[in-house]
Design a protein around this ligand. Structure first.
Ligand SMILES: Nc1nc2c(c(=O)[nH]1)N[C@H]1C(S)=C(S)[C@@H](COP(=O)(O)OP(=O)(O)OC[C@H]3O[C@@H](n4cnc5c(=O)[nH]c(N)nc54)[C@H](O)[C@@H]3O)O[C@H]1N2
Ligand SMILES: Nc1nc2c(c(=O)[nH]1)N[C@H]1C(S)=C(S)[C@@H](COP(=O)(O)OP(=O)(O)OC[C@H]3O[C@@H](n4cnc5c(=O)[nH]c(N)nc54)[C@H](O)[C@@H]3O)O[C@H]1N2
Ligand SMILES: [Mo]
Length: 768
């Protein structure tokens, strides 16, 4: 075992008050109602109101925002203010059409704020970049498809990369994944590579499943839920209703997060007339601990020590020995390692006191059914694998896996990010079975692993990548090391963006660059056989159909499925088994193929498409079948106590930067400048620092400073003009907004096993 890394900034956590303040500023409530009402006034109208009423209901539109589960018994309004924003953003009456692009050069548009770029409206016509005039000019679909096809054909397949942001439905995603493999590569990076890839890779090796094990029934019957680094109130607000109901039936919620996020403190249900008028907010977390960023491994090591101590005191009452013996591997080595850890190392790395951890452990020990919930606070760290390993350890010790009311629940981001992986968007052969590719299509699939997002970036920087197709997303904003990436982008021979609205990435064209307008999920999608549905998989592994009803923004806007099919047909040699035209004309046929390729998940796919709440794709770990090499669930030995990189150059002077999202953005889409739930508004060019650190560093509130990355690899990474903003954070850490601070995160700074960028643990210095 290596020496546990030690945190560098002295921190006295005894000053922290773990009792909750009764905040008057709960999540939900009038604030969210007002924000929806305001949006409807701005650009909605009755069509928009009808669309919102249909959100997340059977045969309605599945929300284009987050991946939270759809209820089988929906409320009258089954959406949150963020879902409303995303929907109305897509229903935008403005048009970024040919006239718009004739009026603005790319050089000029680069001066625009990201918010204003998307505000230009929906794309309506295929566009090709013209370097002579520095403008996008309209082009016929046939010309665009033919030229892109010819360019891709001329490339060595391994020089092509097909990125997918997690929006597009299972139908487009399956065709995209098939297209790549038929072409001869598996360069299929996805937004999950920047997000929950830590989950896909590590839960697979620990539990034999790449996804969470919980369903809604589990969440409805747990006795305790432990939240690590997931901001429910902002990022999956519909989950708040489940949490409120859980608290009301006595489920105990404990949260570990360096930031006091409102939604996990208290919540006013905007659906409840009583709560909106007279009743007090529901307290969500019974205990809320502001640990150090990267301190979760230490916290969980402390919790394990407490669990072991309780078992020692009353043998046979705390651990689930039968489960451990029958279903797991590695228990003894893990327990020995945990017993050997010193509390002083644990508390220093956690930034919490021993009594705080003991108090949280008492809740764990007292619960018969425990669920671990987590988000980017665990995944976007160098040692994210061990964050998940420790959470699995804790759950496995008590047999909290594969039993009603228990399990592990990663909360996913994009509405179909999990589903796209399920149907083949991924760089490994295991993502799309070779035998099926042979038997269904006569394709001899590539065997070499493709590129994930970080490898794609390396390939763009060193010139190995020549062609980049992007099915959604805004890569130059979302990726780490933005300035390096933005500088490397124009050397690409071909860039193809399939998008609903213009964004920064479109302003960084390759030598040949196309911007292709696509339908969003709210738009009606009519093909040769009539109106089509698409489908998606949510965070709890349920699959739902979605039918768009809005009139498309223009006759030249194609569906993502049709665009992918036509590009594939123009690129690949004819093969009678690849029926691109027929598939683009009837999505039922694609769902039949998905069922044939993945029969274990998609039996009777078309019949079950509109099951209320979606149909469950199943999960072997939930049934205590472990699809790991040993056939057992794996305990993980803690080899360090910090999720941060163990030995950072200049660590002594560095602060840990966490990058945050506000509820007024969806990733790189900035809806507005209010961070209502954090009591911040007006500017996103800020750096949050604790008052103690402001004083220690001799700064003052409002002062403009520069953040400089403290990883010493010869590259200068800095972001200036950030206003110092006093905020309740643990000392030694600073926080600011994603994507503004992405230039500070080195590409090489990523989770060890999955290459998920360590966006929550970058060492930085402040320069005045
Ligand atoms: N409104 C809105 N909703 C969204 C999105 C959005 O941008 N806006 N994005 C969507 C996407 S793609 C995703 S992936 C999800 C992301 O949703 P989340 O998983 O909630 O991700 P973040 O908000 O990035 O970070 C979550 C929390 O981690 C905490 N944190 C940071 N470092 C640590 C740490 O070391 N330990 C612990 N325990 N906590 C830490 C932060 O304070 C923050 O509260 O949200 C989705 N939903
Ligand atoms: N510093 C930092 N960086 C991060 C993160 C972080 O926490 N901190 N989080 C990471 C995470 S979790 C993620 S998931 C990534 C997200 O990274 P991406 O997936 O690349 O980015 P998005 O901002 O979601 O993409 C927005 C664009 O998608 C397009 N779009 C919207 N709807 C549709 C549609 O229906 N179809 C198509 N084809 N296009 C559409 C629009 O043009 C819009 O501009 O960012 C990552 N980057
Ligand atoms: Mo994400």
């Amino acid at each position: 075992m290596t020496t546990p890394s030690t945190a560098t900034t002295p921190f006295d956590p005894t000053g922290q008050d773990p009792a909750l303040p009764h905040d008057t500023h709960a999540a939900g409530g009038w604030g969210s109602v007002q924000s929806v009402a305001g949006l409807l006034r701005e650009g909605g109208g009755t069509r928009a109101a009808a669309m919102l009423r249909s959100l997340n209901k059977p045969r309605g539109v599945m929300c284009p925002s987050c991946a939270w589960a759809k209820s089988a018994k929906p409320h009258a309004f089954e959406f949150c203010d963020n879902g409303a924003k995303a929907t109305l953003w897509e229903l935008d009456p403005n048009r970024a059409d040919a006239d718009f692009f004739a009026g603005h050069s790319l050089t000029e548009l680069r001066m625009w704020h990201d918010h204003d770029l998307e505000k230009a409206g929906r794309l309506t016509t295929p566009l090709r970049y013209d370097a002579a005039t520095d403008r996008y000019v309209p082009v016929a679909w046939d010309t665009a498809i033919a030229e892109i096809g010819a360019e891709l054909r001329a490339m060595d397949p391994e020089q092509a990369v097909f990125y997918a942001s997690g929006h597009a439905g299972l139908e487009a995603a399956y065709l995209y994944a098939l297209f790549a493999r038929a072409m001869g590569h598996q360069n299929l990076p996805q937004s999950s590579n920047m997000c929950h890839e830590t989950t896909s890779v590590n839960l697979k090796s620990m539990l034999g499943t790449p996804v969470g094990t919980c369903t809604m029934e589990d969440l409805e019957s747990a006795d305790a839920m432990f939240f690590f680094g997931q901001n429910t109130g902002s990022n999956s607000p519909r989950f708040m209703h489940t949490l409120k109901a859980a608290v009301q039936r006595g489920c105990r919620i404990v949260t570990f997060n360096p930031v006091r996020e409102r939604g996990l403190i208290s919540f006013v249900d905007p659906q409840s007339v009583a709560q909106m008028t007279v009743a007090p907010a529901t307290d969500i977390s019974e205990k809320y601990y502001q640990l150090r960023p990267g301190g979760d491994i230490a916290v969980m090591a402390g919790l394990m020590k407490c669990v072991l101590a309780a078992e020692d005191a009353a043998p046979g009452t705390v651990l689930d020995h039968a489960f451990i013996a029958e279903h797991t591997e590695g228990f003894d080595a893990t327990v020995a390692a945990v017993r050997a850890l010193a509390w002083s190392d644990i508390t220093r790395n956690a930034g919490l006191t021993q009594p705080m951890i003991e108090e949280a452990a008492a809740i764990w020990i007292g619960a018969k059914r425990v669920i671990g919930v987590y988000g980017m606070g665990l995944t976007q760290h160098v040692n994210g694998w061990l964050n998940l390993g420790m959470l699995c350890n804790l759950l496995l010790m008590g047999g909290h896996m594969g039993r009603m009311g228990t399990g592990i629940s990663p909360v996913r981001g994009h509405s179909n990010v999990q589903g796209q992986r399920t149907v083949g968007v991924g760089e490994k052969s295991s993502h799309m079975p070779a035998d099926k590719l042979r038997s269904l299509f006569g394709i001899e699939p590539p065997t070499k692993d493709g590129m994930n997002a970080v490898q794609m970036c390396e390939g763009i920087v060193d010139g190995r990548v020549k062609g980049l197709v992007m099915l959604g997303g805004n890569l130059v904003r979302a990726l780490p090391d933005r300035e390096r990436m933005e500088a490397a982008w124009p050397a690409l021979r071909l860039t193809v963006s399939i998008a609903t609205k213009p964004n920064r990435t479109h302003l960084t064209p390759g030598k040949i660059a196309y911007l292709l307008p696509c339908l969003g999920r709210t738009d009606e999608d009519v093909q040769a056989t009539g109106k089509q549905a698409v489908s998606m998989e949510d965070s709890l592994s349920h699959i739902s159909g979605s039918i768009g009803t809005a009139p498309p923004p223009g006759p030249q806007v194609w569906s993502e499925t049709a665009i992918v099919a036509r590009l594939a047909a123009a690129t690949l040699d004819p093969n009678p088994a690849l029926k691109w035209d027929a598939w683009a004309g009837d999505y039922d046929l694609i769902r039949n193929l998905i069922e044939l390729t993945y029969p274990q998940y998609f039996a009777r796919f078309n019949d079950r498409l509109f099951t209320p709440g979606g149909f469950y794709r199943g999960n072997p770990a939930r049934d205590r079948r472990w699809e790991t090499p040993s056939g057992r669930a794996q305990f993980t030995v803690p080899t360090t106590l910090s999720a941060l990189e163990a030995e950072l150059p200049q660590a002594g002077a560095a602060l840990t930067l966490i990058t945050l999202r506000s509820h007024d953005q969806f990733n790189t889409t900035i809806y507005g400048f209010s961070d209502r739930l954090r009591g911040l508004s007006g500017s996103r060019e800020i750096v949050l620092i604790s008052p103690t650190d402001i004083a220690r560093l001799g700064l003052r509130d409002g002062q403009k400073v520069t953040l400089v990355c403290a990883v010493d690899d010869g590259i200068d990474r800095r972001v200036g003009d950030l206003a110092v903003t006093a905020y309740d954070l643990p000392p030694g850490c600073v926080a600011g907004y994603y994507p503004e601070l992405n230039p500070l995160v080195p590409l090489s700074h990523h989770e060890e096993r999955s290459a998920t960028p360590a966006y929550k643990g970058t060492p930085v210095r402040i320069e005045v």
